[in-house]
Design a protein around this ligand. Structure first.
Ligand code: B12
Length: 288
């Protein structure tokens, strides 16, 4: 409703059905509960609000009926590198050395740190999420793949090429409640490679502390990462708070992350100043 983007809700409906189905939880009640909700909204909310909500519910029901498979990589801008399947298999197996070799070989073949991150590691991690969603791997395997990938990135960083400093400073944080930090780390490293000075605050950053940190460090831009649908209204509130607290001292705010991938309307709804779909897209907006 916030973004007026039906894909946010239809993606969620299909995602939920897959998660439940793969765990043998009956899903017939999903469409039924959408209908019950629609009836409730019609009876209890102003007609215009109920109509907007019910349109979303109808789109959700339709998506469930159509049974679209939902390619988890549908929003990607860059084709994955051919070595992605090998990298995926290695991180799931816990083969740190193999995964590192695969990643480094891509860099050896001419990919920058950011290209290898976005076109190899990122699609592999998206697939890890998909496998978890379908109950084909455990949470422990997902954690293993994430931990391994964090290591791979940290070690590959040592072989990256860096442009001369450009006297611009970036601060990066995941909004409070967002525990997905790997993608933002990739964005952070990407800006470093084009000469920016970076301050990476990591996951789940409380807004009060973020405000003080901005005031202390005065970055030229703030990058905020959001992952889940619930982070959208939260982010909108955080942006309002930062701007109210900091006034002219508030830098331009760029957002990104999983839940923003569905299109313009999503990031505009949180009132951000800019958006990028991935680390390559982000740095391309700041040509040297
Ligand atoms: C690893 C992982 C976790 C780890 C994160 C650990 C860590 N240190 O990062 C942990 C275990 C914490 C986790 C928890 C959860 N997760 Co999780 N997770 C993932 C997974 C498998 C990979 C995330 C990742 O690293 N992706 C790779 C990176 C490189 O991609 P990225 O994050 O999109 O980042 C790129 C861009 O988005 C962009 N970007 C990101 N941030 C920013 C910011 C700016 C400013 C810019 C410009 C760009 C930008 O650039 C990045 C690099 O190119 C994803 C699957 C997926 N599709 O990504 C699920 C996924 C995101 N998780 C999911 C879920 C459901 C959860 C949980 C709710 C599960 C649970 N029941 O507890 C919790 C929620 C925790 C929370 N409150 O945040 C779902 C979300 C589905 C949905 N519809 O909302 C996904 C999609 C899995 C799935 N297929 O079902 N998760």
């Amino acid at each position: 409703m916030l973004a007026d983007e039906p894909a946010l809700f239809t993606d969620y409906a299909v995602w939920l059905r897959k998660v439940l189905e793969s765990r043998k939880v009956p899903t017939g009640h999903l469409a039924e509960s959408f209908e019950l909700l629609a009836a409730f909204f019609t009876g209890h909310l102003p007609a215009t609000v109920a109509a907007r909500l019910n349109q979303l519910l109808a789109a959700g029901e339709d998506a469930l009926r159509r049974d679209d498979g939902c390619d988890p990589y549908r929003y990607a801008r860059h084709p994955r590198l051919p070595e992605t399947a090998r990298y995926l298999e290695q991180v799931l197996r816990g083969d740190q050395r193999g995964a590192q070799e695969t990643f480094n070989a891509c860099m050896g073949n001419g990919a920058s740190l950011s290209e290898a991150s976005v076109r190899l590691l990122q699609p592999a991690m998206v697939e890890v999420g998909h496998l978890w969603q379908e109950n084909r791997i455990t949470v422990a395997q997902e954690h293993l793949a994430t931990a391994l990938s964090q290591n791979v990135l940290a070690r590959a960083y040592m072989h990256a090429s860096f442009a001369a400093p450009v006297e611009r400073k970036l601060m990066l944080a995941c909004v409070a409640g967002n525990h997905h930090g790997l993608g933002l780390r990739i964005v952070c490293d990407a800006f470093e490679t084009i000469g920016w000075d970076v301050s990476y605050l990591g996951t789940d950053v409380p807004t009060a502390g973020l405000t003080r940190q901005i005031d202390a460090e005065r970055p030229d831009m703030l990058c905020l990462s959001l992952s889940l649908p619930a982070h959208l209204p939260l982010a909108r509130g955080i942006l309002e708070e930062l701007r109210a607290e900091l006034g002219e001292r508030c830098p331009p705010i760029m957002v990104g992350g999983q839940v923003t991938l569905g299109g313009e309307r999503v990031w505009r709804a949180v009132k951000a100043d800019g958006w990028a779909s991935d680390a390559l897209h982000a740095i391309a907006q700041f040509p040297q």
